[in-house]
Design a protein around this ligand. Structure first.
Ligand SMILES: Nc1ccnc(=O)[nH]1
Length: 535
């Protein structure tokens, strides 16, 4: 096979939307060396910039109000431990091999089409949270500017459209330098409150919630944790940045690991802290002005700022904090969601429709949820959603940690290219379907009232146990259909790092680094993974 060429110069041709949009930041592809110019610390700080969202405060307040402080804090802790542990293999793999969660999932148990389901789960994450964060923003607009909620929902949806289409670059800069400011605004007033009213913390710790349970109660802890665990999917967004990590070398090993762990699974440390603060502020608001919805972050911050600042100023600051945080996170939600939809659609229909249409679809679903007042049932929606998210993330984490590294049943190096993978790999698919199916059945009480609160645990345990069992039963046969992609050079060097040699794609006429190309008999030459998908 001598038809393919290693590239020197780049031809200039009219590019299709699939080429233009996916080369912008290598979405749906391997992120090449040429695009990974940042240091480990810069990647990590940027990745953590995305977690200034406010849903945590609502979640924390909501479980604190319902199950009491002790159970809420235990729930937050339990969920955080699960999220942290499952996040480690995912973050490592993404940073080591420079691919996103969608591409990882294909080769980590699901197969080329199997992972279409998980793309849809990720898209659901983005529209559910878009609706939740948008509702929080609308509450801010209502309190600060007297805009009615229905209109606030509409405003918070429509305003992200121009930003997603034109402003992603500008926003990622905004992301970095605003993060320290958010931390001060979020944590400062709480510390002040605790310092000023020392008895408040004692009252908080003995608060029993609506259900009035005394002390720790396992079922309440699990119900609360189920809600927090809907955020297990956040690792997908952390990975979207971590895939831009520089190659791991013996020299940078320590700073590399530090960046991967802190910006990967480490996100949940800040997340859990925000949830605990939410529970605290929710409780404070309840004692201060009963009757106000204490799960609304704008109310929480308005009350907290009031301790330190004159009234009008406190309200203004609370509204600014809410509106800016929510614009930032919802631009990310709209953008990531559109990518997931695109990835699913492109694989199934072999046609790249452009991302904008999916931005609009995702927003339409989110707006419908908001107008349907999802905020008042947020616990139910998140608890339901969490079952799917836990099942998926656990299967992939266990496939990497156990099937790949421990049992060596699953190929260690990543594979996501069409034609190289089986359409469906029973390992991940069966483990996922069993885990999600059983946990949803439990969630709706079909397995009896006793098991109802334990659905997140069922999703976790079934996925963790079945993934290696299915790997052993199938002998790992369905991970790779082919091992030879028709090109002599290997994709990864002896140390396991991606090989940077450029190849010319005969279909889209662009240069791609070695991991992203393969030989196509149909094209009589080397093509890139996305052209292969579209073929
Ligand atoms: N990734 C996200 C986490 C929390 N809230 C969001 O809107 N998005």
């Amino acid at each position: 096979m001598s038809e393919y060429s290693v590239v020197e110069g780049q031809k200039s041709v009219k590019k299709s939307p699939s080429v233009n949009e996916t080369l912008e930041d290598y979405t749906l592809r391997y992120a090449p060396y040429s695009f990974r110019r940042w240091g480990a610390a810069t990647v990590a700080i940027t990745a953590l910039g995305g977690i200034a969202y406010l849903a945590d405060f609502s979640i924390g307040a909501s479980i604190g109000m319902t199950y009491g402080t002790t159970n809420a804090l235990l729930a937050i802790l339990f969920a955080a431990i699960i999220i942290f542990l499952t996040g480690i293999p995912l973050a490592y793999y993404a940073a080591r091999y420079n691919i996103d969660l969608d591409l990882i999932t294909r080769g980590a148990g699901f197969g080329y089409y199997g992972s279409v389901i998980t793309s849809l789960i990720f898209a659901s994450f983005t529209f559910i949270f878009f609706a939740l964060e948008g509702s929080i923003m609308a509450q801010g607009l209502q309190l600060g500017l007297h805009i009615p909620l229905w209109l606030g929902y509409l405003v918070s949806t429509l305003m992200v459209i121009p930003l997603v289409i034109y402003g992603m670059k500008a926003l990622s800069h905004l992301q970095i330098w605003t993060t320290p400011l958010w931390l001060v605004l979020m944590i400062g007033p709480v510390l002040y409150l605790v310092w000023q009213q020392p008895t408040l913390t004692d009252q908080f710790f003995s608060f029993q919630g609506k259900n009035g349970t005394t002390g720790a109660d396992l079922a309440s802890v699990m119900l609360g944790a189920g809600i927090c665990l809907s955020l297990i999917m956040q690792i997908g967004e952390q990975i979207d940045y971590l895939r831009f990590m520089p190659a791991k070398t013996p020299e940078n090993s320590r700073s590399w690991w530090l960046a991967v762990i802190s910006a990967g699974p480490g996100w949940v440390i800040l997340g859990a802290l925000k949830q605990a603060i939410g529970a605290f502020l929710g409780f404070y608001l309840l004692t201060l002005t009963p009757g106000i919805n204490s799960t609304e972050p704008v109310q929480q911050f308005n009350a907290a700022f009031h301790q330190m600042l004159p009234g009008g100023f406190a309200l203004t600051l609370a509204v600014i904090l809410v509106v800016i945080s929510q614009i930032k996170i919802n631009v990310t939600n709209a953008y990531s969601g559109s990518l997931s939809w695109t990835s699913a659609y492109t694989r199934v229909r072999r046609h790249y429709p452009g991302r904008i249409v999916f931005v609009l679809i995702n927003l339409a679903i989110a707006l419908a949820l908001m107008e349907g007042d999802m905020f008042s049932v947020l616990g139910n929606i998140l608890g339901f959603y969490a079952n799917f998210a836990i099942a998926w993330v656990t299967v992939v984490a266990i496939d990497i940690a156990v099937n790949k590294y421990l049992l060596k049943l699953s190929p260690k190096l990543p594979e996501y290219r069409k034609g190289m993978l089986y359409n469906v790999n029973p390992v991940g698919m069966i483990a996922f379907l069993a885990a999600a199916g059983l946990s949803i059945a439990a969630f709706f009480g079909l397995l009896g009232p006793f098991l109802m609160p334990y659905s997140p645990l069922i999703a976790l345990v079934v996925a963790a146990v079945l993934t290696p069992i299915m790997g052993l039963l199938t002998g790992g046969k369905y991970y790779l259909k082919h091992t030879d992609d028709g090109i002599a050079e290997t994709r990864y060097d002896v140390s396991g790092s991606p090989v940077s040699t450029l190849y010319h794609c005969v279909a889209c006429q662009q240069a791609y680094e070695r991991p992203d190309v393969l030989y196509s008999t149909h094209h009589q030459g080397v093509i890139c993974s996305l052209c292969k998908t579209l073929h």
